[in-house]
Design a protein around this ligand. Structure first.
Ligand code: ADE
Length: 417
């Protein structure tokens, strides 16, 4: 088997850690039990470009046990867990092309290697597989039924490809399933971003001024956790509805250039470019900590920091200190997504639902892919509700059901007061 990883000797530790994550992924376990006899993915070749974590490993094991042949590469050079990669290769016979700290060239070489299986389905977190295939490997298009996309940023990229008529196969926006973004983006990003900041800095959140740029599901999750830990939270938003929501959730709202003057910490979660801009850096309080929780490392203007600093040094693992305009600015994880670079990403308990949706996306593409256009689709609502119901069952939670009388009431317009 062909693979490119850091060190196969790390496998043993990886196997234990994958098992640990698996304990909190009961829906994936349920799907393994439900489908490993019938193998609905039999004969399917899947290239997956996802964060190489213990949670992703459990998805790869599910895909393989339900019949797929998979090859995995990383969706970010800093998020790869080398022991997980080694365990997947050694214990589970799954080819992995990823190591922690890959250079840009190595990163793209790994993507190309993962495409050597000639996929029928692509699985992305940030759309790098889709874009590599469309730009450089168009000969693979003839084999491809469809693909799935994990994250908000990737979905935005795909929608703009579809709008331009450039997208050559149907894509499932897994991110847009309710059982993905309501949970993963909010509770997952909320907790793992704070986890990344704390592991990198050991900074006291209580009493700090903590600014969150972006009040989508991720920003909401981060603000809520920071608030819960006693921070004084400021939200920066461009959308007036979200800005109003932040205000009524109890947060101060202001432009980022203003917020920077008093912030101890700024975190971005917008999916857009140059959010911590020249003016925010120019106004920044001495000693400010800046981190990004968006998918790509474009939200903080690192270039501006680099070009205008008198000096810089690594003051602690994951923290670069910039001496700029006679003050210190501390950048975490080089401006890459802090929750996966300085911590381990979202906890298994939420990835369980996100990755159940990834499994269903592959199954759905096999069943329905040929009827779909070259566009971006959301999984049908009944699949979403199945994931939620399965999760509730694994948590031992029972809920009320509508009575016949209640169903009749909801479907009639004649019954009034
Ligand atoms: N995205 C965010 N957290 C993740 C995790 N733990 N594994 C894979 N992808 C992720």
């Amino acid at each position: 088997m062909n693979y490119k990883i850091k060190d196969i000797k790390l496998a043993e530790r990886g196997v234990d850690r994958i098992e640990w994550a698996g304990r909190n992924m009961p829906v994936l376990k349920m799907l393994r039990e439900r489908y490993s006899e019938t193998k609905p993915l039999e004969g399917t070749r899947i290239s997956a470009c996802l964060h190489v974590t213990t949670e992703t490993a459990n998805l790869m094991i599910l895909l393989k046990s339900t019949g797929a042949e998979v090859a995995l590469c990383a969706s970010n050079p800093l998020s790869t867990q080398d022991d997980t990669a080694a365990a997947l290769v050694k214990k589970y016979d799954i080819p992995v092309f990823a190591w922690h700290g890959a250079t840009r060239d190595e990163y793209y070489d790994h993507i190309l290697s993962s495409l050597e299986v000639k996929p029928n389905i692509t699985m992305d977190d940030g759309a790098d597989l889709v874009s590599t295939i469309h730009k450089q490997k168009r000969e693979l298009l003839k084999n491809i039924i469809g693909g799935s996309e994990e994250t908000t940023t990737g979905v935005i990229r795909l929608k703009s490809m579809a709008k331009d008529g450039a997208l050559m196969y149907p894509m499932i926006a897994v991110n847009d399933s309710m059982t993905k973004h309501f949970f993963d983006n909010r509770y997952g990003t909320g907790q793992s971003t704070l986890d990344g900041i704390l592991r990198a800095t050991n900074f006291l959140i209580a009493g700090s001024v903590f600014t969150v740029a972006g009040y989508g599901w991720c920003g909401k999750g981060i603000a809520k956790r920071a608030d819960g830990m006693g921070a004084n939270v400021i939200v920066c938003e461009v959308d007036p509805v979200k800005a109003l929501e932040a205000r009524m959730d109890g947060f101060r709202v202001m432009p980022i250039a203003e917020a920077a003057k008093e912030s101890d910490i700024i975190v971005t979660a917008t999916g857009d470019i140059n959010v911590v801009s020249e003016s925010a850096i120019g106004n920044a309080k001495d000693g400010i900590i800046i981190a990004n929780s968006g998918h790509f490392n474009v939200e903080i203007n690192v270039d501006y920091l680099e070009k205008n600093s008198d000096s810089k040094r690594i003051i602690r693992e994951q923290i670069t200190e910039y001496d700029i305009f006679k003050k210190k600015v501390f950048l975490l994880a080089e401006g890459r997504l802090v929750n996966l670079s300085a911590a381990e990403g979202h906890p298994a308990m939420v990835m369980d639902m996100s990755f159940a949706n990834q499994f269903y996306a592959a199954k759905y593409l096999l069943e329905k892919g040929k009827t779909l256009k070259r566009d971006v689709y959301v999984l049908p609502e009944d699949i979403d509700r199945t994931v939620a119901a399965d999760k509730l069952e694994t948590l031992g939670i029972k809920t009320d059901k509508l009575t016949e009388e209640q169903k009749r009431y909801l479907s009639s317009w004649e019954i009034g007061t």
